[in-house]
Design a protein around this ligand. Sequence first.
Ligand code: SF4
Length: 333
Amino acid sequence: MAPAEIAGACSFRESFRGRQVYRWIARGASSFDEMSDLAKSERERLAALFPRLYSSEPAAELEDADGSLKIQLRLRDGAAVECVLLEDIEGRKTACLSSQVGCPMACAFCKTGTLGYLRNLGPDEIMEQFHLLQKRRGEISNVVFMGMGEPLLNLGAVRKAVAILTDPEGIGLSARKVTISTCGLVPGILDLARNGPKVRLAVSLTTANEELRSELMPVNRTHGLAELKAALLEYQAATGERITLEAALMGGRNSRPEDARALVRWVRPLQVQVNLIPWNRVPGLPFVEPTREELEAFLDILEDSGLVASRRMRRGRGVMGACGQLGDTLRSE
Ligand code: SF4
């Protein structure tokens, strides 16, 4: 909730009290009892009104040998989502947050896509993922909406969470440290371009081969590559920001030299950074991981063409917490 909403919900007579409570929650308070600048009687009144500050609770926690932490949250209606804390070699902590319970986009290479879709998350349920991860692991420097769900299908809640994440009185992250990742939902990209927030945008391109993309990502049957590119050009013109294009590479499918060359041709004149993600194994899905040679050859073609490209470090795979793996502990619909 924003400070004014908190003031209303708590029936404060002085509106600045809403801001006080907001700041405490942003700092990770677990109960009204911790809010020492409120009178004791006021804290007791609030605790009786709202017995719990959090609507969800951790149901399971899994820690990978590489330090990644995956938390499964049980939501107020019994549904569950997962979020992940990833730490790089310099110690920077990134929270990977979910925006939906399941996902309706059904990308063929993604575990979450096999679960079906149940509902959107509220901004509270998004922020609670952040707070839980931060409580476990300390200060988080980056947030990526790359967990379960398509964030641009739940832009209202994501916008509200981003507003709290980037509010100096809230979490206080720079907008440059927040990334929204989409499978290529054109209306959402245009909405972001026109109405903000001006965060970083990542697009899961996967392949620049139209037919193959439609096979792997059903979104492409509605919003094809030409439409996606036009939307990204508009986004870039509106924000001046470089876009990250992600490609989960599956051995022998979209990892061939001709796929790399098609990507190079498609990208121009966008200003992008290409992030290659060796596909992370999901039992039951009909793909294989790319070989090291496939990956290196793909990367060489991109770099030789002058593109800024990198290979994503694999983290969280030991707990099925890496890209495309979320939802393995949850029931398929
Ligand atoms: S990759 Fe993203 S958009 Fe596609 S099914 Fe998985 S969670 Fe949904």
